[in-house]
Design a protein around this ligand. Structure first.
Ligand SMILES: C[S@@+](CC[C@H](N)C(=O)[O-])C[C@H]1O[C@@H](n2cnc3c(N)ncnc32)[C@H](O)[C@@H]1O
Length: 295
């Protein structure tokens, strides 16, 4: 793919953007809200919180937002449901890759039955630690581990963090793959695929045609931060084979129309969406030995 991932010295702007969307969602009445996040406002500076009730909401919810808002809040809801279902089903280890300002460990009651590891670049984690200090954690345990997926072996990082790789793990990888070089995406999948049978990964990916421009009119581009360019994408057609090579079986692959049907329409919500990003769920078949991670 050629391009380098973004530089790491400052907190992620895209993590801020995702958190902002989740904050704006809290302005919906409880009956039509996709999820409740009582913590997200702590993560954003007071000026952003003020503007989120006015101009920023306008920007994200109207045509100018190019579907960014709908994509972010619907994928969060989908992933919340997967986390809840998997933990209720007995998975007690959750690893959040590129967690940014993810607040699940603080807001999903089901995580009282699971430990959570959050991995991200150091600068973003530092802000999170500073702003969420004192906020009660619902998860059994929460550990933040600073790492760079492009340069540090994920298997070693997870082993050092005490992850029990003989037991199932749910990996959450929300809004991250598009920022990584293909080699880092593959290395991460290699590690996930070497997890215990019963493990799973829920993740998002951007359609390849959006990355190479073939599926996109310039005027319709989604909101992007130039400092964190999108460099990786996949076509839905190639996804099953791409995952299969790492011992992963695709069980769900949901685009914008389906997200709208599953979550927005039953609530009577109209959310602008473009066919940019998918959210997918894959399960680990258990055919790859743990040592093949980082190999
Ligand atoms: C769009 S944000 C998504 C954050 C969060 N998962 C969410 O959905 O709110 C992308 C996240 O990926 C992290 N990230 C990007 N490149 C990374 C890398 N090479 N290593 C570790 N984290 C990375 C960023 O720091 C950022 O927090």
């Amino acid at each position: 793919m050629g391009q380098k991932p973004h530089h790491k010295a400052r907190p992620s702007r895209t993590a801020w953007g995702a958190a902002l969307c989740r904050l704006i969602e809290q302005q919906e009445p409880p009956s039509t809200r996709l999820f409740t996040d009582p913590v997200v406002a702590n993560l954003l500076d007071p000026m952003t919180v003020t503007l989120a009730a006015g101009p920023l909401r306008e920007l994200y919810l109207t045509e100018l937002g190019s579907g960014t808002y709908g994509a972010q809040v619907l994928r969060t809801r989908y992933i919340d449901d997967v986390v809840t279902g998997m933990v209720e089903g007995g998975t007690s280890q959750v690893v959040i890759l590129g967690a940014g300002f993810d607040t699940r460990a603080y807001r999903l009651p089901v995580l009282a039955a699971a430990s959570v590891l959050e991995l991200d670049l150091q600068a973003t984690q530092q802000v999170k630690v500073e702003r969420l200090g004192g906020v009660p954690v619902l998860a059994v345990g929460l550990e933040l581990i600073a790492t760079d997926f492009t340069s540090e072996p994920l298997g070693t990082v997870l082993d050092d963090a005490g992850l029990d790789r003989t037991r199932p793990v749910l990996f959450v990888w929300e809004g991250v793959t598009q920022y990584l070089p293909e080699a880092a995406v593959r290395a991460t999948l290699a590690c996930i695929g070497a997890s215990a049978p019963g493990s799973a990964v829920v993740f998002t990916y951007v359609r390849r045609g959006v990355i190479d421009g073939s599926a996109w009119d310039e005027g319709q581009r989604p909101l992007m931060d130039a400092s964190e360019p999108w460099i990786f994408g996949l076509s839905p057609r190639e996804l099953p084979g791409f995952l299969d090579a790492y011992g992963l079986t695709l069980v769900d692959d949901v685009g914008s129309a389906e997200l709208r049907t599953r979550y927005a329409e039953p609530l009577g919500r109209h959310l602008e969406l473009r066919d940019v990003e998918h959210v997918a769920l894959a399960v680990v078949r258990g055919v790859r030995p743990a040592q093949s991670c980082d190999a």
